[in-house]
Ligand binder design. Sequence first.
Ligand SMILES: [Fe+2]
Ligand SMILES: [Fe+2]
Length: 291
Amino acid sequence: MTCLEPNADCDDMLKIVVMNDLHLVSPGSPSPNMDTTERFDLALQHAVQRHSDADLCVFAGDIADKGDAGAYAVFDRLRCQYEVPQCVTLGNHDDRTVYTSAATNFEMDPNGYIQCRRDIKGHCILVLDSSEPGRARGGFSKQKRDWIHAQLSDAKDLDLPVIVILHHNPSALQMPVDAYRLDEPDVLKAALLESGANIMQIVSGHCHISSAGSWSGIPCATIAGNHHSVEPFLRRRTGQQECYASSAEYGVVVSNGADCAVHFETYIGAQQAMDHALFPKKKDQTFEPMI
Ligand SMILES: [Fe+2]
Ligand SMILES: [Fe+2]
């Protein structure tokens, strides 16, 4: 049972929901090993119940499995049910040309890339378009970087901590999937570090696994997303890496400007709840006062 009550104490807390790797298909098309449309619908229903107070929902790429117009129509039809402000960016499975001609309610930078900026509750949120046609690892062209530079410079001048959300994970996970992480990651890293802005958190998808770590000192998290997820398959492992259809998650970023946390909300394969009587202190708990 979930209860969201008005609480002025939380009014200054930023909350961003991140949904990634939807891998939607056109109605009637073969689904990629699972019904990704049904799964996305469940994600949205879950977010409506738990996070109707979010300031922003970012759809962080691989919206469509095969970059087709029908999948983008499904995406637009379903996401309407989650009535919070939304941003979209694309991944390697998307097609920017098809998306911009078939989809609605998205924002482009002046060069036509699907990236945008939102300043909310004392934060600068940069939603970056790491997709590049024909390049699974994506990348950041000079045009994209020039736009990013301008936003970071502005965020620094305004003294806003920056939260970066993009599709491709830039940092290595020490897994085979690193062969597909963001191309030329040092190019983005240099843009972020040399800006002098306070890069508070990077959140990405693409690798289909939940993880947390850092990248030359910048905190990074990856969200497993809506499609299959993979097991941690670290160096020295051999043989088959397991892939799972039994779970799916979206991310929830919360920040007061100094403390930033990334949570992993499981909407498929949720844990079995234990008897409430075993944990009486978990009933009607209080929260630490907001700083
Ligand atoms: Fe994906
Ligand atoms: Fe991807």
